[in-house]
Design a protein around this ligand. Structure first.
Ligand code: HEM
Ligand SMILES: *[C@@H]1O[C@H](CO)[C@@H](O)[C@H](O)[C@H]1NC(C)=O
Ligand SMILES: *[C@@H]1O[C@H](CO)[C@@H](O)[C@H](O)[C@H]1NC(C)=O
Length: 364
């Protein structure tokens, strides 16, 4: 999913939840009217108006209809919020009311991302927070991230030295995949399968604009062939996840002692030692949940990080004239050698000296 797609997805999701909420209040006391918005056509609603850049279109519409507007996307009534204050109402003040995501064609209710707000979701989230995302765990894996980053920086230095053209997207994608695999699976990217490629295909199928999500009675026709595509990639992905789990199980059976249990090890051991803080989850999980949770984390981390880095680099390139019009000086009379780029700063330790470059207009 591109960042733009993601923003739209988020807006639509938030909107749907908002609408369900509104409907409830509407039918219970009949006092509330839906917020202003375009009327739309029968069947397709306002879908035809969204254009090539829906986020920009929605922004323009919101200038006309206000920060909380309603429109129909296909048959689905949708509310779009587009001001910080309105977003805060939905995402913070009334968080619990809007926490659910709509059931779309490709949502798997066993994943954290799409399961209902409730006991199961809470137990998966607690598990991920404690076993992967806690500051202690994140810090404990800083070394491997630094090592992976070091490889890429060295490689880039060499490539730059010999004047090679470098595909940064490709390098960044490999780096993120390597880091994620080592943190989750305890080993580097597996040459036997192309995880990023499969994830990419999956994102294309599941993140595409899916007519069936907006005009549900068209779903059985699979007009865009998305179901077919998702099935093919789903199989490939399932095979990868099965291999990962099989190998971890085998290692555990052979009593192979690992210094550090990785995320999958911990997930698999839930079944064997149930009386733990994750008892609730242990009771409710089988192999399919385990696969869904691993996928949650892989899917949630790989594409998002790659997209964010690509996006930032692109913006820097787009504004290179601005960047090159200045000389950049370090604060406090620091020399570049004194810069400590260690990621632990900011993550779990405050920096004593901020990473800050001061622009000085370049004299030509
Ligand atoms: C630049 C990188 C990232 C961006 C822009 C991003 C963005 C987001 C956003 C907007 C959400 C939805 C939040 C909500 O609806 O409340 C989300 C959820 C999620 N993200 Fe990320 N994320 C990033 C990195 C990661 C990483 C590194 C991981 C895993 C290690 C991850 C795992 C997840 C999961 C599992 C969820 C679902 C959480 C839930 O349903 O409770 N994300 N992410
Ligand atoms: C660089 O790599 C990305 C990702 O593999 C690919 O989509 C893109 O087409 C490549 N760009 C060039 C110029 O080869
Ligand atoms: C994975 O992708 C790379 C480059 O895209 C390719 O060279 C390699 O053969 C692929 N490996 C497999 C197992 O498909």
């Amino acid at each position: 999913m591109s960042l733009a797609d993601f923003v739209i997805f988020l807006l639509v999701v938030v909107g749907l939840c908002w609408f369900i909420h509104l409907c409830r209040t509407f039918t219970s006391n009949g006092r509330h009217k839906p917020p202003p918005g375009p009327i739309g056509l029968p069947l397709i609603g306002s879908l035809h108006m969204l254009g090539k850049h829906p986020h920009r279109t929605l922004y323009k519409m919101s200038q006309k209809y206000g920060p909380i507007m309603s429109l129909r996307l296909g048959l689905i009534p949708t509310i779009v919020v587009s001001s910080p204050a309105a977003a805060e109402l939905v995402l913070k003040t009334h968080d619990a009311v809007f926490a659910n995501r709509p059931k779309v064609q490709f949502s798997d209710s066993k994943t954290m991302a799409f399961s209902e707000f409730g006991g199961y979701w809470r137990s998966v989230r607690k598990f991920c927070n404690m076993e992967l995302l806690s500051p202690t765990k994140i810090d404990s894996m800083a070394g491997l991230r630094k090592e992976e980053l070091g490889f890429v920086v060295e490689w880039l230095k060499n490539a730059a030295g010999s004047g090679q053209v470098v595909n940064v997207s490709e390098k960044v994608a490999r780096l993120i995949e390597d880091m994620t695999c080592r943190m989750l699976l305890g080993k580097s990217r597996d040459e036997r399968f192309n995880l990023t490629e499969v994830l990419n295909e999956m994102t294309k199928a599941t993140g595409a604009f899916n007519v069936a999500d907006f005009i549900p009675f068209l779903a059985p026709l699979d007009l865009q062939g998305l179901v077919r595509k998702a099935q093919v990639t789903g199989k490939a992905l399932d095979k990868i996840l099965e291999t990962i789990i099989d190998e971890h199980e085998e290692e555990a059976r052979e009593g192979y002692k690992k210094l550090d249990k990785d995320f999958v090890d911990v997930l698999l051991s839930l079944k064997n030692n149930p009386p733990s803080i994750h008892e609730q989850l242990a009771k409710n999980i089988d192999r399919s949940n385990i696969k869904a949770i691993i996928l949650d984390i892989i899917f949630g981390s790989v594409e998002t990080s790659i997209t964010a880095i690509e996006w930032i680099m692109t913006e820097l390139m787009r504004h290179k004239r601005l960047v090159h019009s200045f000389d950049w000086e370090l604060p406090f009379g620091m020399s570049p050698d004194e810069l400590d780029m260690d990621e632990t700063f900011g993550l779990s330790l405050p920096r004593t000296k901020h990473l800050l470059a001061i622009p000085k207009i370049r004299q030509c």
